[in-house]
Every structure is written in C-alpha cells, then in structure tokens.
Design a protein around this ligand. Structure first.
Ligand code: PHE
Length: 449
C-alpha cells in the first residue's frame, strides 16, 4: 500500500475541510433551496440544524477518520472488523458518485459563466435577456455537457496530484479571496433600489411557511453544505495530524461555511426582488441573478470574471473532496493505482452526470418518481442519503465505539480539555439520531408529526 499523504499545517487542514464544505452548496444551492422554501423561516431551521446536528456530525466524522486512518469503508472495517458497519462507508462511496454527477452539471454552468463574463456577454442586457441567455444555454445539448466534461477532467487532474500539493495549495489563497468578492457583491446588492424586500425575504420569518418538507429540505441543505454524511470528512480526518484540535476545526469550518451561505443570500435576494426574478426560480437562480448585479456595478466586468473564476475554484475544492472518497476507496480497498482509480471513477461519474445535465434539455420529460434525473440525484443524495449516513455515523460514535476511545481521540490523548463533551455526547447518542429519524419519516410522509 502507498504511504498515506497528510496535511502539512494546521491552516492547511482547515483550508482543505473548509474548501470541501464551501462550494456550490453555499452559493448556488443554498439560495435556490431557500428561495423555493419561502426564505427566512427556512433559513432559521437550517441554522438550527447546522448548530445542533451539523457540527456534532462533522466532529464525529473527523474522529472516526483520524482514529482509523482510512477511507470511510476501511475506517468502519478497521474500527469494527468484519461487521456490517462498512456498509455505511459503501453508502458514502455511492452517494459520492451521485453528488458529483449533478454537481458537475452546475459546475459546468459555472464554467460557461466564466467564459461569458470573460467575453463580456452580459453587457447591455436586461434581466429578461439574461434569463433567455441562461435558459437557452441550460436547455441545449452540447455546451453544458462539454463544460461538465471539462470540469470533471479538472477535478481528476487535481486529485491525481495527491492530497497535500493538490488540495492544500489552492484553497489557502483562493477561499479568502472569494469571501472578499462576496462581501463586495453584498455591498452592491443591499444598495440596489428595492433591496429591502429581498432582505425581508431573508430575515423576516413567516413560520406558516414551514412544512414537513421544508424541514427535510433544511436538514438536507445543512448536510450538503457542510459536506457531512458521506465520509468526505472521515477521509479528511484520516489525513489530519494527531495534534490538531478536531472540535475547533469542526466549529470553524461550520461557522465559515454557514457565513458564506448567508452572505451569498444577502447578495442574491435583494437582486432577485430588484430585478423581478422569482425567488423560487429553481437551480438556475444564481445564474439568472448575479449577472444583473454585475451589470449595475462599477467594475462589473472585472468583478464578474473574478467571481465566476472563484466560484469555479470553490466548486473544484469541493468536487475533489468528493472524488477523493471514491479514489481513496479504490486505492486502499481494491489495491488499484491512483491513476487507474481516478480514471475509472471520473469516467463513470461523468457518464451518469451527462444524464443529469441533459435533464434540463432533451431529457426534460424523462422522469423517475416524477423527478428529472438531476432533481432525483439532488433530492435523494442531499435529503435522504446524507442524513441517513449522518444517522449511522453518530450511532457508531455514540453507541459502538467506547466512550473512552472517543474521548481519547477528541482530546488528543488527554492533552486537550474538551469542555462541551457532555453536550456533544448527549447529542450524538440521543438528540441527533432521534431528530434525523423523525424528520426523515415525517418529510417522506411515512407519518405526520
Ligand atoms: N459541501 C459542498 C458544497 O457546499 C458539496 C459537498 C457535499 C461536498 C457533500 C462533499 C460532500 O458545495
């Protein structure tokens, strides 16, 4: 077996985990799902889930990964040899396939928008024209698939370079830059005329809008955005140095991830209302909205190019983490070379992904369970498989591993004081599994709370 790579510095660890968490989930998915679910009330439920379920699940993943020093499947197998727990890891690899398949669709749209912004294609267009431009691109056959393939090749190329040099190097510089650009967009957005309505949509909750499906969507968004529930962070945990403070990393990553999502919302919703776009416009929302903001700001050309490039980078630092799960599994469990593993994983994910991409155009009427391929992958992975993975992960940590081992790993063999351990342990044993179970059954209509 190859020697395991590792992260070189503490900042590298946070940068890589934050790089995985921060991505299209924050900037593309959060606004579109929040828009479809009525805004502020949904966002409050989402925030609640991030704190009460998200952070503990994230810490659980880091703990399992660093303890086992393996990919998700190997990790469960090492900690409980010969048991059925490895299926949780297997589920993680499967959901990695599904997520990357539709993630690469949207990342492909991002590439097109890098190209369009470079070509100054938004200039002089009103929001109706910008809308037509997006829709005609999104529903066509060749270009979206072409960009998707380009994106998958980029992802594969970085994963091939290996953990340390491949991942750490890019995230450290570029994520803070993305943060700055979003703040600049926020400033422009809140000073648009009519911005108030957008801010009210974001921050003024109307609790009558909360339904069981909203709650399930909020849970799914929390899992998706934090990259939890499928073992990405088990894998990353396995690369973390033994002297890292896992709890702090979990807090910091969750904090920044959530902050970026909210800031993205602040950029988008004022513009949605100012330019008369439907908040519930669906997966295209960000692409319909942002070009209008760029048009209305000084240096819009420059900011548009920079923004879409950075969004692409954010998407890449997430997609490499997803591909890494599959590749680490092939390499460590199936004894493949890294090259071969990357090639096989990339090719098969891309094939599935093409169906997701075409489901906005030629395959729009091809539906399974009354959902298009894209919607089905998006819904099932985020709202069902990730929470289900999270459910098993907390059960494993809370009930299967011994409390002594858990404390040992989180406290770095007793070197760190872990103040909130009692709360954490209570959450992972009782609160999180029960909450996930109930939200789940309720959201799927198995029963009504
Ligand atoms: N969290 C990533 C994002 O917000 C997506 C992702 C989901 C990555 C699940 C890994 C695992 O873009």
């Amino acid at each position: 077996m190859e020697k395991r790579d590792g992260f070189a510095s503490k900042f590298g660890v946070i940068a890589a985990a934050a790089g995985s968490a921060i991505g299209l989930g924050n900037i593309w998915r959060f606004p579109y799902v929040a828009g479809e679910n009525g805004g502020a009330a949904f966002i409050l439920v989402y925030l609640f889930f991030v704190v009460v379920i998200g952070v503990p699940v994230m810490l659980s993943e880091f703990t399992i990964g660093r303890r086992a020093q393996r990919n998700p499947i190997g990790a469960f197998d090492k900690l409980r040899p010969g048991s059925q727990w490895k299926w949780v890891g297997v589920m993680g690899v499967v959901v990695a396939f599904m997520i990357l398949a539709f993630y690469s669709t949207v990342a492909g749209w991002t590439l097109q928008y890098v190209y369009l912004s470079l070509a100054n294609a938004f200039a002089g267009k009103d929001s109706a024209a910008l809308n037509d431009m997006f829709v005609s691109f999104q529903t066509s056959s060749f270009l979206p698939v072409f960009w998707q393939v380009v994106f998958m090749l980029l992802t594969a190329w970085i994963v091939l370079a290996g953990i340390e040099k491949g991942i750490e190097k890019y995230t450290k510089i570029l994520m803070p830059l993305l943060f700055v650009i979003i703040i600049i967009l926020d400033i422009r957005a809140v000073t648009l005329s009519g911005a108030g309505e957008g801010l009210a949509f974001l921050f003024n909750p109307d609790f009558s809008k909360i339904t069981s499906s909203t709650i399930l969507e909020a849970l799914g968004q929390a899992f998706f955005s934090l990259s939890i529930g499928m073992g990405v962070l088990i894998t990353y945990g396995s690369y973390m140095p033994k002297n890292n403070n896992l709890s702090n990393v979990a807090f910091e990553v969750s904090f920044f991830d959530t902050l970026i999502a909210i800031l993205a919302g602040v950029a988008i919703f004022p513009a949605v209302f100012a330019f008369h776009i439907q908040p519930s416009a669906g997966p295209g929302l960000v692409f319909l909205t942002l070009p209008s903001i760029f048009q209305s700001m000084l240096g819009g050309y420059f900011f548009a190019v920079l923004f879409f490039l950075l969004l692409l980078v954010a998407a890449l630092t997430s997609s490499i983490s997803v591909l890494e799960v599959v590749v680490a599994y092939f390499v460590e469990e199936k004894n493949m070379s890294r090259k071969k593993a990357t090639a096989i994983a990339t090719a098969s994910i891309t094939i599935l992904g093409v169906f997701a991409t075409l489901s906005f155009g030629p395959l729009a009427d091809f539906k399974i369970l009354s959902k298009t391929v894209f919607d089905l992958l998006d819904f099932t992975s985020a709202n069902i498989m990730l929470p289900l993975g999270g459910f098993f992960i907390v059960i494993f940590l809370g009930w299967v591993l011994s409390k002594k081992d858990v404390i040992d790993e989180i406290s770095n063999k007793g070197q760190l004081k872990i103040k909130l351990f009692v709360i954490f342990y209570f959450i992972i044993r009782y609160i999180a599994p029960v909450a996930i179970g109930l939200i789940f059954l309720n959201g799927l209509g198995v029963f009504n709370l």
